[in-house]
Design a protein around this ligand. Structure first.
Ligand code: ADP
Length: 205
């Protein structure tokens, strides 16, 4: 089974995708994590992507299509869950030859999204994510998994967040209609505890 998770910034895509990856033994392919890793390692891709990411803009579509097509080929026969891809219709078209079984759309109000984004903390070393209220680490400011210090992402300034949400509504929401037409869309309400969101996803899958 191959899955896609769709949802606005702050909806909890990464957290839910990781849990579903564990449950169904899927490879978790998160574009944001892949790009941040490249920025950290100062690769050619990272150098091109960084200014876009800092502004909260999407990186050029041909570039991300190239990255993701290669990644999907690399993992060969393994099943996957895509998180952060596709984000526009062109990117969705790059997947037409690939079997996608279900697309999970995670819903939340704008107020909830902003609250979730501002409390989000990330480990630069192992990419684990936390939330100061909803998913705090055992020791404040320290990653449970690797002991590294936690940070706020550089693109989580109010202006970058606003820009990312705008882009989401304009470019990514049309994908919801597309997958609804294909009859593979699952709608999930996220105004409930994470364990209940996961239960809901599993039940609907
Ligand atoms: P969010 O979903 O909260 O914006 P991500 O971690 O998924 O965060 O992505 C961070 C940044 O990486 C995006 O703001 C964008 O610059 C870039 N990015 C991620 N996925 C894509 C994509 N599919 N197409 C273009 N740019 C992307």
């Amino acid at each position: 089974m191959n899955l896609i998770v769709l949802g606005a910034q702050g909806v909890g895509k990464g957290t839910i995708a990781k849990e579903l990856a564990k449950k169904y033994k899927l490879t978790h392919l998160a574009t944001g994590d892949i790009l941040r890793e490249n920025v950290k390692n100062k690769t050619k891709l990272g150098k091109i992507a960084e200014p876009y990411m800092l502004k909260g803009a999407l990186i050029p579509t041909p570039l991300i299509i190239n990255v993701m097509t290669k990644k999907i080929k690399q993992i060969k026969k393994q099943n996957f869950i895509l998180d952060g891809y596709p984000r526009n219709l062109k990117q969705a078209r790059s997947l037409t030859q690939i079997k996608i079984d279900k697309v999970i759309h995670l819903n939340a109000t704008k107020k909830t999204l902003i609250k979730r984004i501002s409390g989000r903390r990330i480990c630069d070393k192992c990419q684990s994510t936390y939330h100061i209220k909803n998913l705090p680490p055992k020791k404040e400011g320290i990653c449970d998994k690797c002991g590294n210090e936690l940070h706020q992402r550089a693109d989580e300034t109010p202006s970058a967040i606003k820009k990312r949400l705008k882009i989401y509504h304009k470019l990514t929401e049309p994908l919801i209609k597309l997958y609804k037409r294909k009859k593979i869309l699952i709608e999930i309400e996220t105004e409930q505890p994470i364990k209940d969101i996961i239960k809901d996803c599993i039940k609907q899958i």
